[in-house]
Design a protein around this ligand. Structure first.
Ligand SMILES: CCCCCCCCCCCCCCCC(=O)SCCNC(=O)CCNC(=O)[C@H](O)C(C)(C)COP(=O)(O)OP(=O)(O)OC[C@H]1O[C@@H](n2cnc3c(N)ncnc32)[C@H](O)[C@@H]1OP(=O)(O)O
Length: 220
C-alpha cells in the first residue's frame, strides 16, 4: 500500500498484445458474438451487480478486509488475461447490452439503421447522481455512444464526437427502462449532425444534439 492508501498494483494498460494500427478507431472493428464464450454476458452482469452493490454498501471494517482479499484474487486472475482494446470481448460483443462494455450504461438496441437508432437504457444504483436520479454524466455517456453508433451506421465510417450538447429536461430515474431515439439531422461532407431524446414513457428526461466527424485514414 502506498502512502496515499492506493494499491501498488500495475495499471491496466491493455498493451500486452497491442499492435500498430492506422487510427484512433479501427475501421474493421472486430465485432463478435462469441468472444469470451457463451457465459461472458453473465460475467458482465455479475460485474455490473458488483458495481451496484459496491455503490450501495456500508460494509463493516471486517467485511472490507475480507473483500480486499477476495478482490485481490479476482484482479490477479483478470490481470493474467489482459488484452488490447480491439480484441477484448468488452466493447466488441454486439449481442450483449452496450456491447458488453461496463463503461457504458447497459442499453439494448431495438432498431439500428442508417437513419437512426432506437434503444432502451436502464440506469441503476451505480449510475446514481443524487436523490434516486441518474448522474448527468452517465446520461451524456449513453447519448455519446448511441450517437456514435448512429453516425457510424449512417456513413459506414469511423467517427469521433466533435461536440455533444445535452439538455436535462426532467429527472431521469434509476431502475426504469428509458427509451432513447437518435436521428441524423444532416450530413455535410465529413460532418454528421445528430440528435437524440431520452424518455420515461412520454416524459422527456433529456435531449442531445451533436456533431460527429468521420475520421480520415490515419487520424487518431
Ligand atoms: C447494431 C450494432 C452495430 C455496432 C456498430 C459499432 C458502433 C460503434 C459505436 C462506437 C461509438 C463510440 C462513441 C464514442 C465517441 C467518442 O466519444 S470520441 C471521443 C471524444 N471526441 C474526441 O476525442 C475528439 C477530439 N477531437 C478531434 O479528434 C478532432 O477535433 C476532430 C473531432 C476529429 C475533428 O478534427 P479534424 O478531423 O481535423 O476536422 P477539422 O478539419 O478540424 O473539422 C472538420 C469540419 O468540422 C468542423 N468542426 C470540427 N470540430 C468542431 C466543433 N467542435 N464544433 C463545430 N464544428 C466543428 C470544422 O469547422 C470543419 O468544418 P468545415 O470547415 O469542413 O465546414
Amino acid at each position: 500500500m502506498s502512502i496515499d492508501g492506493t494499491s501498488e498494483s500495475a495499471p491496466v494498460t491493455g498493451e500486452r498484445t497491442e499492435d500498430a494500427h492506422e487510427g484512433g478507431f479501427r475501421t474493421d472493428m472486430m465485432i463478435s458474438v462469441d468472444r469470451g464464450g457463451p457465459r461472458y454476458g453473465e460475467f458482465i452482469e455479475k460485474v455490473r451487480e458488483f458495481m451496484d452493490r459496491a455503490r450501495a454498501a456500508f460494509p463493516s471494517e471486517e467485511l472490507v478486509d475480507e473483500l480486499i482479499d477476495e478482490l485481490t484474487v479476482v484482479n490477479a486472475k483478470l490481470a493474467a488475461v489482459e488484452i488490447n482494446e480491439w480484441e477484448s470481448p468488452s466493447g466488441t460483443r454486439i449481442d450483449l447490452p452496450a456491447r458488453g462494455n461496463i463503461t457504458l450504461p447497459p442499453y439494448l438496441v431495438d432498431k439500428a439503421g442508417d437513419d437512426g437508432v432506437q434503444a432502451r437504457v436502464t440506469f441503476t444504483r451505480f449510475h446514481l447522481g443524487g436523490n434516486n436520479a441518474a448522474h448527468g454524466g452517465f446520461i451524456c455517456t449513453a447519448f455519446d455512444d448511441l450517437l456514435g453508433m448512429t453516425s457510424a451506421l449512417a456513413t459506414g465510417k469511423v467517427t469521433r464526437t466533435a461536440y455533444l450538447t445535452v439538455n436535462y429536461r426532467s429527472i431521469t430515474p434509476l431502475n426504469t427502462e428509458l427509451t432513447v431515439s437518435t436521428s441524423i439531422v444532416r450530413l455535410e461532407g465529413r460532418k454528421i449532425f445528430v440528435a437524440a431524446t431520452m424518455k420515461d414513457g412520454e416524459r422527456l428526461c433529456a435531449e442531445a444534439d451533436g456533431l460527429f466527424i468521420a475520421l480520415n485514414p490515419g487520424q487518431p
